[in-house]
Design a protein around this ligand. Structure first.
Ligand code: ZN
Length: 672
């Protein structure tokens, strides 16, 4: 959006320094994985934030305090006694032998001997900071806490969250009548839906809960319908629950600011909150490994600045997600600087929202207009016709106050991107994409910054049928599929299709599949052998989209195919990233920890074609040993599955019908 509004500042020095609280407590680092396993939600997150603030000289300009453990009576306003008992005792010695088993019962949860204390401190820190803001002791505050809270439900820890910190603080504020807080606006800008918070205030008109999150029709974590915009609250709370569900990743500053301008701010003006609590996750930040969105530190500062016009600027921010330490720390710094009212913010963004963003905004406005008449107006066509193509692009020439600071990406990210980019063949197809004239005219320079990195996705199984493979990209349902595929975020068709014979063994294994019934499915032996010949159908698809000048890359079609191949709906884990693509030439195959339960979790490198790497997905060498020993059965394919493979080979003009049948027959009977 090319709107420009100047916002207030204390540039003249006339305004008194605002009192901003910061809670940080090293004891919240005690919660970590039981055996030190890698995990995105780890103690270094809050340390990175604190170190960044220290190096910017922020803490000495703020009111800094340690965390205090929250009292059970306050937790009990939003959580069950069972839940409190679980979190209170889970770190005890007595429960140590069961701890991992208990954690496994829940969705994305780990416990260790420090979990209880950290959870009590996190909730206590948010509550105390909120109280100080409500009382006016502080103008605003940032609680740098972990574990995060917004996924935690009444009776269930979930999604890295043990206690719902923001909900505990909200109910506390409303219950302490002397604080005079009657209306609370919760803004949840974490990339994930705040399912726990939504449920806790579902019927409550004193709490306006607003969440903007990736949803992708219910497939993004926490999957399901809870984050849909039709979920608006119930009874007295009807209309007080607002969800803005993105239909795709890659949303950035322009998309979020459009949602602020056309949904959140008009409603907030009507609601007129006494205080604002922000579920401040930073996993929608540019470079975050889980979020896949593109908010810059400047974007966060604009979003925050716009909220400061309400509730006399009484704002409490509580950390939720955010897993790229650099972007996390830089985004928090940008926000605290806004709370201190350090700098004027020129709200000028030279990019436009996605078309899908406008359609989501329109749908949300329409649905909510029964409760908030201010949303009933139709958005002007002139506004909504300005859209981005489905690739997030940033102007490389915009000058802002963060040019040398928080807006630059991490060095490690630079390495990740620049090294493989220098080696890879980069096509410039993106330049030819249909770009709306308005976007192109306003900012021509960025177009040359955009590049696509291609790979060959090679199939030896049912995806040899092009119509089937296209469903993974374009979405839809081919013959024999039990349910429709979601497709990739980028639905553009493969740029090229060709065939190749590779010296690897094709075989069939496992008892049955849900799609094909009894019978094995195709695997490719990861080790090559001169005796073997397997037909592979190669599709040239997009591996990543890179904006070289901003060192931004977005994993693309290949990863979406990988997820669908492994029937994985939890897209909440990083999988085959750019550094993996860079190293696979040497390592030949890379087993993906994030997809370890999928049968096709091993990405295998099959050389190059036209200087572009050929990758396929199969089992690991260790899995082959299990097939050989009989631990996993070797099994010929079901008739329908075999027919599909034959059809692929025949339609691909590789073999005649009889030859194809013989080829499949041989692969399914020859001993491993
Ligand atoms: Zn999150």
């Amino acid at each position: 959006m090319a709107t420009t509004t100047s916002t207030s500042s204390n540039g003249s020095g006339a305004q008194p320094q605002r009192r901003v609280g910061l809670v940080y407590d090293e004891r919240m680092c005690k919660h970590s994985t039981p055996r030190g396993e890698d995990h995105p939600e780890n103690p270094n997150r809050i340390r990175a934030i604190w170190n960044k603030l220290l190096s910017a000289g922020i803490p000495h300009r703020c009111v800094v305090f340690d965390a205090k453990e929250v009292k059970d009576t306050y937790i009990a306003q939003v959580h069950t006694n069972n839940h409190i008992n679980l979190i209170k005792t889970i770190s005890s010695k007595k429960l140590a032998p069961q701890r991992n088993r208990v954690a496994a019962k829940y969705n994305s949860i780990y416990f260790n001997e420090g979990s209880s204390e950290s959870a009590y401190l996190a909730a206590g820190a948010v509550l105390e900071a909120a109280e100080k803001v409500a009382k006016g002791e502080l103008n605003s505050a940032f609680a740098i806490v972990r574990p995060p809270g917004h996924h935690a439900e009444e009776n269930e820890p979930m999604g890295f969250c043990l206690y719902n910190n923001i909900a505990i603080a909200t109910s506390f504020l409303l219950n302490q009548k002397e604080l005079g807080i009657k209306k609370v606006l919760i803004v949840d800008w974490d990339v994930h839906h705040g399912n726990g918070t939504q449920k806790m205030f579902w019927k409550d008109s004193q709490v306006l809960f607003f969440s903007v999150h990736r949803h992708e029709f219910g497939s993004f974590y926490p999957a399901g319908d809870d984050g849909h915009y039709i979920m608006m609250g119930e009874g007295p709370g009807a209309g007080y629950n607002i969800n803005v569900p993105w239909e795709n990743g890659q949303c950035g500053d322009a998309d979020y600011i459009a949602v602020w301008d056309y949904i959140l701010l008009p409603v907030a003006r009507e609601f007129n909150p006494d205080i604002i609590l922000i579920s401040a996750g930073f996993d929608a930040a540019l470079g975050d490994p889980l979020g896949g969105c593109c908010i810059t530190p400047r974007g966060y500062s604009i979003m925050l600045k716009k909220l400061m016009e309400f509730s006399k600027g009484k704002i409490l921010m509580a950390l939720e997600g955010g897993y790229n330490l650099k972007s996390l720390a830089n985004s928090v710094l940008a926000c605290v600087e806004v709370l201190l009212e350090d700098k004027p913010i020129a709200e000028s963004i030279e990019v436009y929202p996605f078309e899908s963003t406008w359609s989501v905004i329109k749908a949300v406005r329409e649905e909510l207009s029964a409760f908030w008449p201010v949303l009933a107006e139709k958005l002007p066509e002139k506004l909504t016709s300005r859209v981005m193509p489905p690739v997030q692009i940033y102007s490389s020439q915009s000058e802002d106050e963060y040019d040398d600071g928080p807006n630059t990406l991490s060095e490690d990210l630079q390495e990740d991107v620049t090294i493989p980019l220098s080696k890879l063949k980069v096509s410039d197809d993106a330049h030819d994409a249909d770009q709306p004239a308005a976007a192109a005219a306003s900012s021509p320079a960025w177009r040359s910054e955009l590049s696509k990195i291609d790979v060959w996705y090679a199939s030896f199984g049912s995806n040899m049928s092009e119509s089937r493979f296209r469903c993974y990209i374009e979405g839809g349902q081919a013959e024999g599929m039990r349910r429709p595929c979601k497709g990739a975020a980028d639905k553009s068709e493969p740029k090229e299709v060709l065939w190749k014979i590779v010296p690897h063994r094709l075989f069939f294994g496992r008892e049955s599949t849900s799609t094909w019934g009894p019978g094995g499915v195709a695997f490719l032996h990861p080790a090559s052998s001169d005796q073997e010949k397997t037909f592979m159908c190669l599709y040239r698809i997009t591996y990543a989209i890179a904006n070289i000048s901003l060192l931004l890359f977005i994993l693309e079609q290949f990863n979406d195919v990988l997820l669908q191949e492994n029937l994985c709906t939890d897209t909440n884990s990083p999988f085959f990233d750019l550094s993996a693509l860079d190293s696979i030439e040497n390592e030949k195959n890379i087993s993906l920890e994030a997809l370890k339960d999928g049968w096709y979790h091993n990405v295998l490198y099959l050389g190059k074609e036209k200087d572009i790497p050929i990758l396929t997905m199969t089992c690991t060498v260790a899995d082959v040993e299990d097939f050989k020993s009989g631990k996993t059965s070797v099994c010929p394919p079901a008739k329908e599955y075999a027919d599909t493979l034959v059809r692929g080979l025949v339609l691909g003009k590789q073999l005649s019908q009889d030859e194809a049948i013989a080829y499949i027959q041989e692969a399914s009977t020859k001993p491993l």
